[in-house]
Design a protein around this ligand. Structure first.
Ligand code: IPE
Ligand code: IPE
Ligand code: MG
Length: 247
């Protein structure tokens, strides 16, 4: 596989995989077909991320608000996640991929939680790509849960309220230890976060693609990475780029 010429590869890419339903509608198919095709795009994306030297790939698989969908669709989505882990865990493990799951876990019922824990446990010492699966994930819920944990430590006398910093909050989020996303990609033409990584996205670059998620592939990934590489990240400071190349 030819390595594309991309000036800067982000350390962490997060993706809001959107548009499965519309992809199917456009073809006169049931929404569930869009979700199945979306899983193929996930596989290609994970492979490409590893090949391109990305260290962290976060995929928004199911939001805390997606429970509001009809029961049959929720059950389809859970079924696909189950199948993905059952069928593809061994291969991901062979490819040295480390899996980490973010999102609310305590209220999950059935076999989903044990499966997610198994995926994390099996791959915990792997050292290539870290694949972060955002499942039952909502950023406000994550921040609320982090706040509870901090309050509990204060109550137990383990933490001084005046010592709380932004890092304290980061360290209590589900993403503790994972660098903030450099690039957030959303497919399907929607341009919103939908409760995804609100805290962590403080300085992320955004790339919104018109394509529906099932059509996402290595080429579109590379296109997004090239857009990212052309951006000038300033973090509130001044440009590190030579003035001559600035617009
Ligand atoms: C993304 O596609 C998959 C999930 C949200 C789980 P959608 O199902 O949201 O597809 P659209 O947005 O309705 O087209
Ligand atoms: C965001 O997409 C959630 C995932 C991709 C898992 P949605 O389709 O749920 O977002 P909204 O409802 O259009 O904002
Ligand atoms: Mg959607």
């Amino acid at each position: 596989m030819l390595t594309p010429d991309i000036a800067i590869i982000p350390e962490h890419v997060a993706i809001i995989m959107d548009g499965n339903g519309r992809w199917a509608n456009k073809r006169g198919l049931a929404r569930t077909m869009g979700h199945s095709k979306g899983v193929e795009a996930v596989k290609e994306t994970v492979r490409a991320a590893g090949e391109l030297g990305i260290r962290y790939l976060t995929l928004f698989a199911f939001s805390s608000e997606n429970w509001n969908r009809p029961e049959a669709e929720v059950s389809d989505l859970l079924g696909l996640l189950r199948r993905f882990i059952r069928r593809d865990l061994a291969e991901l493990h062979r490819e040295n991929v480390r899996i980490k799951v973010i999102g609310e876990r305590d209220k999950l019922r059935g076999d989903i939680l044990p499966l997610l824990l198994e995926a994390e446990e099996t791959t915990r010492n792997n050292t290539s790509l870290t694949l972060v699966i955002a499942f039952n994930y909502g950023s406000r819920d994550e921040i609320a849960r982090a706040t509870v944990r901090i309050a509990q430590k204060i109550n137990a006398g383990l933490m001084d309220p005046s010592a709380i910093t932004a890092d304290t909050i980061s360290d209590h989020l589900d993403t503790a230890g994972i660098p903030d996303p450099d690039l957030i990609i959303r497919t399907s033409g929607e341009e919103r976060l939908s409760n995804f990584l609100l805290w962590q996205a403080a300085y992320s670059e955004f790339v919104f693609l018109p394509d529906y998620w099932p059509d996402f592939n290595r080429d579109l990934f590379i296109e997004a990475l090239k857009i990212y590489a052309s951006r000038d990240r300033r973090f509130g400071g001044l440009s590190a780029r030579p003035a001559a190349v600035m617009g």
